[in-house]
Design a protein around this ligand. Structure first.
Ligand code: RIB
Ligand code: CA
Length: 309
C-alpha cells in the first residue's frame, strides 16, 4: 500500500534529492510538490522544483507555488549554502513546464480533501505554507495522516548556534505546527548530520542515468559548503531523511518528546526546545529523530536514485 504524500519544499540541493528519492520509491505516491521561499526566493525554489521533475521525467506531478515570505518576518535566504539560484552546480536548461495556478496552501487543502487515504505531509523548508493551511483549512487535519518535517535540533543549530534554518526562518509558523496536535515527526540536525553523502556516492550515481548524474552534480556543489564550515568530506542530506522516514519507518531511531519553539529571544530565535529528559511535565507533542545508520541511509538512497531515468 503506497502512502500518498505532498512535499512542501525550498529546493535546495537536499530538497531535490528528497524529491527524487520519493519519485523512485513505490512505498510513497507523490501527489504534488509545493514550494516556499527559504533556501532561495520563491521564484527560484519553484523553478528548481519544476527542473527536478523534468530531469526525472515526472512532469505529471503538479507543482504549486506558495508563500514568498514568512508569516511575520522578512525572507532571509541561504544562498551561502545553495548558491544564487538556490540549486547551483548542475548546468541545466530552464524548465519548460509551469506551476499550477492554485496557491500552494489551496492546492494542499484541495488535494488532501480529495484523497481517499490520509495524506502524509513532508515539509522540508520553512513551515509557512503548512501554518497557513492549518489556520485557513482546519478541517483538513482529519485527513492528514502524518507530518514528517525536516527541521530543528535537540542540540546545536546551523543557521545560528541555537537554531536550525527551517525553523529559524519562520519560527511562528513552526510553533503553530508543533502545537497543532497532528502526528508530527521532527527530523532534526542530530539525525541528518549522521546521514552524509559525498562525492563517492555521486561517482557511483553518475553513470546510472540523467538523475544520477544530476545528483552527482548537486553533491559536488553541496559538499563545498560542508567542507568549508564543518571540515566534512560529505554533506548531510537533511531533507531526504524526512522522506526516508516515510519510506522506511524503522530506519531512524526516534522517541516522543515535547517540543516548543522560541519565537521571542533574539539570541535563540527559532530554537526547538526539546524536552529530551522529560523534565517539564509537558505532554509529548512530536516524535523526534535521535539517530540513523548513515551508511545504510546512503546505500539505500543510491540504490533508489539509480532506478530513475
Ligand atoms: O537546515 C537544513 C534545512 O535548511 C534543509 O531543509 C535545507 O534544504 C535548508 O532548507
Ligand atoms: Ca529544504
Amino acid at each position: 500500500m503506497s502512502t500518498p504524500i505532498i512535499i512542501d519544499c525550498d529546493p535546495g540541493h537536499d530538497d531535490a534529492i528528497a524529491i527524487l528519492l520519493a519519485l523512485a520509491s513505490p512505498e510513497v505516491q507523490v501527489l504534488g510538490i509545493t514550494t516556499v521561499g527559504g533556501n532561495s526566493d520563491l521564484e527560484n525554489t519553484t523553478r528548481n522544483a519544476l527542473t527536478v521533475l523534468e530531469v526525472a521525467e515526472r512532469t505529471d506531478v503538479p507543482v504549486a507555488a506558495g508563500c514568498d515570505h514568512p508569516l511575520v518576518r522578512p525572507l532571509q535566504v541561504a544562498d551561502h549554502v545553495h548558491g544564487k539560484s538556490g540549486m547551483d552546480g548542475p548546468r541545466l536548461d530552464p524548465p519548460t513546464t509551469r506551476p499550477v495556478d492554485a496557491h500552494a496552501v489551496d492546492f494542499i487543502a484541495e488535494t488532501i480533501a480529495a484523497s481517499t487515504e490520509p495524506v502524509t505531509l513532508v515539509p522540508t523548508g520553512p513551515l509557512t505554507n503548512i501554518a497557513l493551511l492549518l489556520r485557513h483549512f482546519p478541517d483538513v487535519k482529519e485527513n492528514i495522516g502524518r507530518l514528517v518535517l525536516m527541521g530543528g535540533a535537540i542540540g546545536l543549530g546551523n543557521r545560528t548556534p541555537a537554531a536550525e534554518f527551517n525553523i529559524w526562518a519562520d519560527p511562528e509558523a513552526a510553533s503553530i505546527v508543533f502545537e497543532s496536535g497532528l502526528d508530527v515527526t521532527m527530523v532534526g540536525l542530530d539525525v541528518t548530520h549522521q546521514a552524509l553523502m559525498g562525492r563517492e556516492h555521486g561517482e557511483r550515481l553518475r553513470p546510472t542515468g540523467r538523475c544520477g548524474a544530476f545528483v552527482a552534480d548537486l553533491l559536488d556543489f553541496f559538499v563545498q559548503f560542508h567542507e568549508r564550515v564543518y571540515g566534512l568530506d560529505a554533506s548531510p542530506i537533511h531533507d531526504a531523511v524526512a522522506v526516508a522516514d516515510v519510506i522506511w519507518p524503522d530506519l531512524m531511531e526516534a522517541d516522543r518528546f515535547h517540543v516548543a519553539v522560541e519565537t521571542d529571544s533574539d539570541l535563540t530565535l527559532g530554537r526547538t526546545v526539546v524536552d529530551r529528559w522529560r523534565v517539564t511535565g509537558r505532554e509529548p507533542n512530536a516524535r523526534v529523530g535521535l539517530a540513523i545508520d548513515g551508511r545504510e541511509f546512503g546505500e539505500r538512497v543510491v540504490e533508489r536514485i539509480s532506478r530513475l531515468p
